[in-house]
Design a protein around this ligand. Structure first.
Ligand SMILES: CC(C)(COP(=O)(O)OP(=O)(O)OC[C@H]1O[C@@H](n2cnc3c(N)ncnc32)[C@H](O)[C@@H]1OP(=O)(O)O)[C@@H](O)C(=O)NCCC(=O)NCCS
Length: 310
């Protein structure tokens, strides 16, 4: 009940739909014994009436405070849903692993690289050391992702949003995010496939990655593919309290149009085209040599490879 008016009663008259502020200002302008359009006859106000008015104030304050609490609880819920379902263990794992990786990268830079850069670059060695530190941190994150997957393999499947697979998936997402961020100053458009491979994706040669890939270990893109700008290829979908993890396979020479979304479990056949802006839903299998488009993506027509390559 958002900020409902509380009924106020004073001796001789009552009003069900008037707030405490208005009530007081109304009373202060009235002469005792006169009549008021909304309030009716205004009696002489004794001290007991003021006591009742103040108690109405208390009720009003309590009602407002109750509503504030509801709004705050609602905002907290919304904020919680924005940061996904997280447990204290997630924060501990992420903090400990990022701190450990940071320490290893710093130690490698300070003790192995810095002596050499000091000799080579003199007073500018600090800049070089900073770049080396970022690079080492990114590489160490990629190694950590590989190590976690080696120790606790994560298979495709549907998982509850609580328990080991979900916790591991979140840790991998954090490590990948930090690692990609650290490597971003060195990642030109052409180097994107290299970074994706570092984090466990299978990417063939001559492939242009204009879009974003998530869940690298679950993504395989054959050679000669084009992934348009702002396209998204994702190996996970959080749906109805479930984490859905599936492999995504993109066949040789396939094109994913700009802004298209490829959901987990989708397979795009060799030389097929997903039109710009299409959404290929969970588990959709697109046969080779077809044009698919729309939301959800549907077959539009067959493609003759010679048509495209002529
Ligand atoms: C779909 C696409 C390949 C055009 O192919 P095309 O052979 O010239 O096809 P047409 O323009 O003749 O259209 C064929 C049908 O597809 C439909 N279509 C075209 N683009 C579409 C899209 N983005 N979404 C849904 N349907 C689409 C057309 O409406 C047409 O339907 P109709 O036969 O019912 O009239 C092109 O628009 C596209 O999206 N290319 C992706 C390129 C890209 O983003 N590359 C990434 C790196 S830059």
């Amino acid at each position: 009940m958002p900020f409902a008016a509380v009924p106020y009663k004073t001796k001789g008259y009552s009003s069900d739909h008037i707030g405490p502020k208005r009530l007081l200002s109304r009373i202060s302008t009235l002469r005792p014994g006169s009549r008021d359009g909304a309030l009716g006859h205004v009696p002489r106000i004794h001290s007991v009436d003021f006591a009742r008015t103040y108690s109405a104030f208390d009720q009003g304050r309590a009602a407002v405070w109750k509503n504030v609490k509801i709004v705050v609880a609602d905002l907290a819920n919304r904020a919680h849903s924005l940061v996904m379902k997280t447990e204290p263990l997630d924060f501990i794992l992420a903090t400990v692993s990022i701190a450990a990786i940071g320490f290893i990268a710093w130690a490698a830079t300070a003790f192995v690289v810095a002596p050499a850069t000091r000799m080579l670059f003199h007073e500018y060695h600090v800049v070089i050391d900073g770049l080396v530190l970022l690079f080492a941190f990114g590489l160490a994150c990629a190694l950590a992702v590989r190590l976690v997957l080696l120790l606790w393999p994560l298979s495709p499947g549907d998982y509850a949003m609580i328990g080991r697979p979900f916790t591991e998936w979140k840790l991998l997402a954090v490590l990948t995010g930090f690692g990609q961020g650290a490597l971003s100053p060195f990642t030109t458009e052409f180097a994107k496939p290299v970074v994706a491979r570092l984090f466990g994706a299978k990417i063939g040669g001559d492939t242009a990655l204009g879009g974003g890939l998530t869940d690298f270990p679950f993504i395989s893109v054959a050679s000669g593919c084009i992934l348009g700008r702002n396209s998204i290829v994702t190996g996970h979908a959080l749906t109805n309290g479930k984490l859905i993890l599936r492999h995504v396979r993109i066949g040789q020479g396939a094109t994913v149009g700009v802004g298209a979304v490829i959901m987990p479990g989708a397979e795009i056949g060799a030389d097929s085209i997903v039109a710009a802006g299409a959404v290929v839903p969970l588990g959709t299998k697109i046969p080779p040599g077809q044009l698919w488009g729309g939301i959800p993506a549907k077959r539009i027509k067959e493609i003759h490879v010679t048509d495209i390559r002529a």
